[in-house]
Write a protein of this length. Structure first.
Length: 77
């Protein structure tokens, strides 16, 4: 299990709630209705990445803290 750093770009968030459906123990809505990470270790890595993939506007970034590699969205080449 990698040590992940997950962030939400609130400017891009469209409040779809898909991330919360996929990883309710990791994401919650803030007072503005935007997604935020409230428990970075609340789910398995695969669940967190799946939740990030479910975001329709790719507002969620997942980085492996140890290697610094961005796991989602894939870095542009």
């Amino acid at each position: 299990m990698a040590k992940l750093v997950t962030t939400v770009n609130k400017a891009r968030c469209v409040m779809s709630g898909d991330c919360m459906e996929n990883a309710p123990s990791v994401f919650q809505m803030d007072e503005e209705g935007k997604s935020e990470v409230f428990d970075q270790s609340g789910a398995a890595d695969a669940v967190i990445i799946a939740a990030a993939r479910s975001c329709p506007v790719k507002a969620i970034t997942v980085v492996d803290q140890q290697s610094g590699v961005q796991l989602f969205p894939p870095p542009k080449k």
